[in-house]
Design a protein around this ligand. Structure first.
Ligand code: PHE
Length: 368
């Protein structure tokens, strides 16, 4: 019977086979041998038929297929493929027989669907990141990311916030003890704005980037504060960017995110790295900017104010260009810093920021 195995050591030429009928006969012989094989030890079977180096399949591929002239090869290819499937099937049924024969005598029906483990879904914060990224991609921004451990230079100084500037008090900062011998301590970035500097250091204008990421402040946790939260920074710098481009971009974003019927407005504000600085508001998307709920009472979302404060932004302060070797006389631009957690809470009606970090599946499952 194993005569056929010896034939796999030889080429077709050596076997004197030259017609399709002869090829067919050889394959029939080998299939018959495969069928008659009693699988004892699965590993022995696998080594005989399917081992990479000396398995029957490999021998056939090398001695029959590869050594044959092209005219004969097209008879061999499909038959070898069929044989490969037959071997794989035998190996598979071997596993099934093993399981069926196991201990309790209970039969396992392997044709039943398996246990389905859900792959989960993106966290709501990640979903909101992606939604916002999509909006900015549509108008030519690209994404950059940066380190969460920063130097005071990038987090403060290069953003026009010198040491002892009172605005540092607004950002209770986590300083790291490491490295021990460092001249200046490292810190957990308090905002994504350091990436404005890192991006401009690396790249000449035009710049059009957004920076999604985690930021940290030494805030005590409550319904609206967490020591870690998320921002998307935006920065656009070019030779001809005006305040109109700035407000137009923000308005486009807000309408895309909250719907076309909302209005935006801005109020003067202060950031050391933007001038002028503004705070953007959106007309309350929940009461249609009326301040009253459908039932006639005060809108619980905007507390009757009709407007909701969204985020800080402004035209890049010329002093910042000095830190990155941009010519402040030639370029202009705008920057913004969107708080993602806040936006997600607003849009999805969540009243406690802590749920984003507790990873309670009952919460997470609500946002598949
Ligand atoms: N970095 C500021 C903050 O976290 C927000 C901001 C970014 C303001 C960019 C203006 C321009 O509060």
């Amino acid at each position: 019977m194993s005569g056929i195995l010896e034939k796999t050591e030889l080429t077709f030429q050596q076997l004197g086979a030259s017609s399709e009928a002869e090829v067919d006969r050889l394959f029939a012989e080998i299939e018959e041998f495969l069928e008659s094989e009693q699988i004892g030890d699965r590993e022995t079977f696998r080594v005989l038929w399917a081992s990479d180096k000396k398995g029957v399949l490999t021998k056939i591929r090398n001695n029959w297929l590869r050594a044959a002239p092209p005219s004969t090869r097209r008879w061999i290819g499909p038959r070898l493929e069929k044989l490969t499937h037959s071997v794989a099937f035998k190996l598979k049924t071997y596993v099934e027989r093993q399981v069926e024969g196991e201990g309790s005598g209970e039969r396992v029906d392997l044709s039943l669907p398996g246990v389905i483990r859900s792959v989960g879904s993106h966290h709501l914060i990640r979903q909101v990141f992606q939604e916002i990224e999509g909006i900015f991609f549509s108008i030519g921004f690209s994404v950059v990311e940066g380190p969460e451990i920063e130097t005071p230079y990038y987090n403060f100084e290069a953003l026009n916030i010198p040491e002892f500037h009172p605005v540092r008090d607004d950002m209770d900062t986590f300083y790291l003890d490491l490295p021990k011998d460092a001249k200046t301590p490292l810190l957990l970035r308090t905002h994504t704005s350091p990436m404005q500097i890192r991006t401009m250091e690396k790249q000449k204008p035009p710049v059009r980037v957004i920076v999604p990421g985690k930021v940290y402040r030494r805030d005590n946790p409550d319904a609206t504060h967490s020591f870690a939260f998320h921002q998307i920074e935006g920065l656009a710098v070019d030779t001809d960017i005006t305040f109109c481009d700035f407000t137009g971009t923000i308005e486009y974003f807000v309408k895309q995110f909250f719907g076309p019927s909302v209005k935006t407005r801005f109020r003067p504000s202060y950031f050391p790295f933007t001038e002028p600085s503004v705070e953007f508001d959106v007309s309350c998307p929940f009461c249609g900017g009326t301040g009253t709920s459908a039932g006639g009472g005060t809108c619980s979302k905007c507390k009757g104010a009709a407007w909701i404060e969204l985020f800080g932004a402004g035209m890049v302060d010329p002093a910042v260009y000095g830190f990155v070797n941009y010519d402040a006389k030639k370029v202009s631009g705008f920057a913004f810093g969107i708080g993602i957690d806040r936006l997600a809470m607003l849009k999805y009606g969540i009243d406690d920021i802590q749920v984003f970090f507790q990873n309670d599946v009952r919460f997470l499952r609500q946002f598949p």
